[in-house]
Design a protein around this ligand. Structure first.
Ligand code: APR
Length: 171
């Protein structure tokens, strides 16, 4: 039985899971938001490893070590920029969750913490992003019923957390 839940907090601040997911950009060379926070907390070795990955396509995911972060791995995924919802954004966002979780199963990762991918700088509406996130996570758990002990979202503000809690109740 996989526990799926939300928590309010800074995803770099304490041990939430074996792996945390970074909402990165296609360069994988860092940025602001949670990407900036993760690189700051991990230290410079994370960027050194990321440089060897040759970027990451939107909707895909790549894995690195976590260095000074309180977890074992960072899974970097690139969410879609919101352009009104008619440019395949939903499928790309679902791909972020699907590919991150599949990558985790390949590394024997049994607990994983996500931020709210794409709903910051990339302006994805939180309500729609949360529904896609929850629906995709539930679908992957059906496919891999014994792979995960816990999948959670660590949300940076109360409003976003409320929306994800609503998404969990509804889907
Ligand atoms: N812990 C958890 N969540 C965080 C943290 C943190 N330390 N910092 C920010 N967040 C939240 C934001 O409040 C938002 O809800 O993560 C969510 C995603 O916001 P962004 O970090 O802006 O990510 P995104 O919208 O996917 O945009 C990605 O922003 O930082 C750049 O390099 C990144 O170009 C990429 C783009």
């Amino acid at each position: 039985m996989t526990v799926i839940r939300t928590e309010l907090g800074d995803i770099t601040s304490k041990h939430y899971a074996d792996a945390i997911v970074n909402a990165a950009n296609e360069s994988l060379l860092g940025g602001g938001g949670v990407d900036g926070a993760i690189h700051r907390a991990a230290g410079p070795d994370l960027l050194t490893e990321c440089r060897k990955l040759n970027g990451c396509k939107t909707g895909q995911a790549k894995i690195t070590k976590a260095y000074r972060l309180p977890c074992d791995y960072v899974i970097h995924t690139v969410g879609p920029v919101w352009h009104g919802g008619i440019h395949g954004e939903a499928e790309l966002l679902a791909g972020c969750y699907k590919h991150s979780l599949e990558l985790a199963t390949e590394h024997g990762i049994r607990s994983i913490a996500f931020p709210s991918i794409s709903t910051g700088v990339y302006s994805y509406p939180v309500q729609q992003a949360a529904e896609i996130a929850v629906q995709t996570v539930r679908k992957v758990i059906e496919e891999y019923p014994d792979a995960f002990d816990e999948i959670l979202w660590v949300l940076f503000d109360e409003r976003t957390k409320l929306v994800y809690d609503g998404g969990l109740q509804k889907n």
